[in-house]
Ligand binder design. Structure first.
Ligand code: SF4
Length: 459
């Protein structure tokens, strides 16, 4: 798949994403179609985004064609876990140097693919282009094709040079590669009326494993995980599923929409965070599959799970009740975590809307109430101002904001992709309550809030 300006525009104006439309839902949003400005890749370039979307395919090798820093900067920074194969954890790169820039890196890439295939026998090799290899004009599509012919292993080109835009665009580029080279290339041994795909769930800290047992209990089969704890062959036959369940809102919306177009698979957008959302997710899946028996089983399961959960959460609810939280995260989490915090009796006093769609914002408004603050801007200064104004007890945000929380002398909970604790599903609620409780009641805060010796009055 060549990455042309037309392709980039197509991804930026994806009709399934409200981000791409002005408020009345008609015209295209100028922001999405404008050429990436210097600094647009700050916080993750398109290459990084494509890696985020595809690296969780655990039995494939992921080879970065570029200078070593591209692979080094992003390697291992996301806690997407595997239930078996570990080849996805290896960092492969062609490590281009000056000579390759002058003479071209295609031969080196070809040799690297062969070596990776011979030494590790992955189910497939994904090859990522980067800024340098795109600028020198290496034809990774042709090299991948030749290497696939030689090895008999699928070799998938991912044309994702960082300069084409942001991390979000890169997610979609990753999705396009799957659509073009993987989905529909194999057939499953059997299909059932209860086959679903999970799209955009990356199994961070093993979150998915808190939810898949529920599907198993209900008799719902997850045909393919796209891509957390994903297997190449499953994705190759994922076009036989009856329903696509999109978890991380818009990251791979192009995949869900195009699979509906090409294979007639409807999709729904759901969240696994919080009791309400988890209940709704199970109900909506049963409703879409359209089986009355399944709907009945879902209702029964919800009663059982929520009763057990209420019991487990009771001690935490008593300690967390009324605590004021500032939430700073993006996309679906900007509202789904509000719902989870509310389930625990906490009050979210402010949340970010920087990366939220119009639909996300509407949900946030509904959940926050009229006094809640929606932060459009997101820098440390603004966060400190909001924390001070709202007298917040805690900050829930991505890892890089922990120092802002320390400056404000309030506890912090990491909610983004680097986190080490799974918060999804009913069991995830217990984990989240435990983590919140530990952070809020850590004795360190008493020490931190004491005046420093040099601030104390000398008698
Ligand atoms: S792909 Fe480009 S922007 Fe991304 S890490 Fe490599 S050099 Fe930097």
């Amino acid at each position: 798949m060549k990455i042309t300006q037309g392709k980039i525009n197509e991804l930026l104006t994806e009709p399934g994403c409200e981000h791409n439309h002005q408020k009345n839902g008609q015209k295209k949003n100028k922001y999405c179609t404008q050429v990436a400005q210097p600094g647009a890749a700050q916080g993750g370039c398109a290459f990084d985004g494509a890696m985020i979307a595809l690296v969780p395919i655990t039995d494939a090798a992921h080879l970065v064609h570029g200078p070593i820093a591209c692979a080094g900067n992003s390697w291992g920074s996301r806690g997407s876990l595997s239930s078996g194969p570990m080849v996805y954890k290896m960092g492969f790169t062609t490590d281009l140097g000056e000579n390759d820039v002058i003479f071209g890196g295609e031969k080196k890439l070809y040799k690297a693919i062969l070596e990776v295939q011979q030494r590790y026998q992955p189910e497939a090799v994904f090859v990522y282009s980067t800024c340098v290899t795109a600028l020198i004009g290496d034809d990774i599509d042709a090299v991948c094709q030749a290497a696939a012919k030689k090895t008999g292993t699928p070799v998938i080109p991912v044309n994702s040079p960082g300069f084409i835009g942001s991390k979000n665009l890169g997610n979609r580029v990753g999705g396009e590669s799957l659509l073009e080279y993987v989905v529909g290339t194999q057939e499953p041994e059997l299909t059932t009326p209860y086959d679903i795909n999970l799209i955009g769930e990356y199994n961070i800290a093993g979150e998915m494993w808190g939810v898949t047992p529920l599907f198993e209990k209900l008799g719902i089969r997850v045909l393919a995980k796209i891509t957390g704890d994903g297997k190449y062959n499953q994705i190759a036959y994922s076009h036989r599923a009856k329903l696509n369940v999109m978890i991380c809102s818009k990251a791979l919306i192009n995949m869900a929409r195009k699979m509906e177009e090409r294979y007639g698979i409807p999709y729904i957008e759901e969240s696994f965070y919080g009791v309400e959302d988890m209940n709704r997710c199970l109900r909506n899946i049963a409703l879409k599959i359209g089986d009355a028996d399944l709907q009945e089983r879902v209702e029964k399961l919800i009663v059982e799970e929520t009763a057990a959960l209420d019991e487990a959460l009771a001690p935490y609810r008593a300690r967390l009740k009324g605590k004021r939280v500032v939430l700073y995260t993006g996309g679906v989490k900007s509202w789904s975590i509000i719902s989870a915090a509310k389930d625990l009796g906490m009050e979210v006093v402010a949340t970010s809307t920087k990366k939220s769609t119009e639909e996300d914002k509407a949900r946030i408004k509904e959940l926050l109430g009229k006094d809640g603050i929606m932060m459009e801007k997101g820098n440390a200064q603004e966060l400190l101002r909001v924390i001070d104004k709202t007298k917040a007890d805690m900050l829930i945000a991505g890892g890089r904001n922990q120092y802002t929380a320390l400056k404000a002398k309030i506890p912090f909970l990491d909610i983004n992709q680097e986190r080490h604790h799974p918060y999804a599903g009913y069991v995830g609620m217990i984990e989240m309550a435990r983590e919140l409780d530990e952070a809020l009641y850590s004795p360190v805060w008493e020490q931190v809030r004491k005046p420093a010796p040099w601030e104390q009055e000398v008698i």
